[in-house]
Design a protein around this ligand. Structure first.
Ligand SMILES: NC(=O)c1ccc[n+]([C@@H]2O[C@H](COP(=O)([O-])OP(=O)(O)OC[C@H]3O[C@@H](n4cnc5c(N)ncnc54)[C@H](OP(=O)(O)O)[C@@H]3O)[C@@H](O)[C@H]2O)c1
Length: 360
């Protein structure tokens, strides 16, 4: 019997690629519920195409997605650019069902609330999928590298980075992704998020995690073991592989032959990130030092920083100080004990941070 899949964020980049994988394996997967945002035309078309339920808070007559609507699904793909469905995800996990989790903001912000179900959380972010596959969860791990391609500003001088336009920031040299994650990767904020993600998913200390740059996007992660050996994960830069692996785990699906790297793909060069030009890349380690509420504040502030940058009201250097201040402001605040407390703290954070933006 095909697994019934609920996709949160079905109209987005990862959501669409999830449906591509599902299309390739109709005997294994079938969409049961597709959740989207403002792109109602696409969502409705998808609902008709797969004869399945759809939900969007922008659909007329929709109020809230009831938890009961999830219950006949077997597996969830969470790929929305919002944490709004955390309660749905947590409910799904509490039923003992797996979640393929792409939305890094959830792992960064809400890990203490879901880590009790960590065995059911399957990483979709390509670096963490790679880390999972090459043993980051196994005993004997000494350290890991989270690998990045460097983002859209990787060859720019400091001054050019400070004055980068939205169009420059959003043109990634390797990956085609949604706007927020492309912005994050331009400033290495994305790698900072991924450092936190790795610490949470694989239970690592911050000293065990480093960032390296590999420009082709073919090397996704490295794991160093205490016996001196190293595992490296190489694949073409495509989300189809991590999505398919998360959906089919512990099996590996047979994808296109052309996805296999050629001999050239085995030659790679790792570079140290330039933290002088990209100081945002150090924030993940700092957030790990400060604690869970600061990690949450980092991600919430980043969401706001993206909106501000997009609307021309924050420059990159202001983003840096805004993120650092957010993390430091919340270092002494205890982390919420329930999902409803988490949402109310998040709401307070957003209000306070927007007030600060207005004062800039
Ligand atoms: N794209 C990648 O290659 C990639 C790789 C690794 C990790 N990720 C992570 O995966 C997540 C999604 O990234 P993406 O690139 O796929 O983003 P995206 O293309 O911007 O898509 C975001 C999705 O979320 C939906 N959405 C936003 N707000 C919503 C709401 N309130 N209710 C329901 N749906 C809502 C959007 O709906 P509408 O479009 O209909 O408004 C869209 O389907 C992010 O956390 C990102 O960091 C992405």
């Amino acid at each position: 019997m095909a697994l019934r899949v609920v996709v949160i964020g079905a109209t987005g980049s990862v959501g669409q690629q999830t449906l591509q994988v599902i299309d390739r394996f109709p005997d294994k997967f079938v969409p049961s519920l597709l959740v989207g945002g403002k792109n109602l035309n696409l969502l409705k078309r998808l609902g008709q195409r797969y004869s399945c339920s759809i939900f969007s808070p922008w659909l007329k007559g929709s109020e809230k997605l009831s938890l009961a609507e999830l219950e006949d699904a077997d597996i969830m793909v969470y790929a929305a650019s919002t944490v709004d469905y955390l309660s749905h995800m947590s409910h799904f996990l509490s039923l003992g069902k797996p979640v393929c989790l792409s939305t890094k903001e959830i792992i960064v912000e809400a890990w203490p609330l879901i880590k009790g179900f960590s065995e059911l959380v399957r990483p979709v972010d390509s670096e963490h999928s790679a880390l999972w596959r090459i043993g980051a969860k196994e005993p004997g791990v000494k350290s890991i590298y989270v690998v990045g391609s460097g983002g859209s500003l990787r060859d720019k001088e400091k001054e050019e980075i400070e004055n980068a336009t939205l169009a420059q920031v959003l043109s990634h040299p390797v990956w085609e992704m949604g706007p927020k994650v492309t912005f994050d990767s331009a400033f290495l904020i994305n790698k900072s998020m991924e450092v936190i993600e790795a610490a949470h998913l694989f239970n690592l200390r911050r000293e065990q995690i480093d960032i390296v740059i590999e420009r082709t996007g073919s090397v996704h992660a490295l794991v160093n073991f205490v016996d001196g050996s190293r595992n490296v994960f190489i694949s073409k830069p495509t989300m189809l592989i991590p999505i398919a692996y998360a959906l089919s785990y512990p099996d590996t699906l047979s994808l296109d032959e052309e996805l296999t790297p050629s001999y050239d793909g085995l030659e790679y060069r790792l570079e140290q990130p330039d933290f002088d030009r990209f100081p945002w890349g150090k924030l993940g380690h700092y957030a790990l030092e400060l604690g869970h509420t600061s990690r949450m504040a980092f991600s919430v502030a980043d969401e706001i920083a993206f909106e501000c940058f997009r609307n021309g009201i924050m420059k990159p250097s202001q983003i840096l100080s805004f993120l650092v201040k957010a993390m430091e402001d919340y270092r002494a605040v205890s982390y919420p004990e329930s999902i409803s407390d988490y949402f109310s703290l998040r709401h307070d954070m957003i209000e306070k941070m927007w007030k600060e933006v207005r004062a800039i």
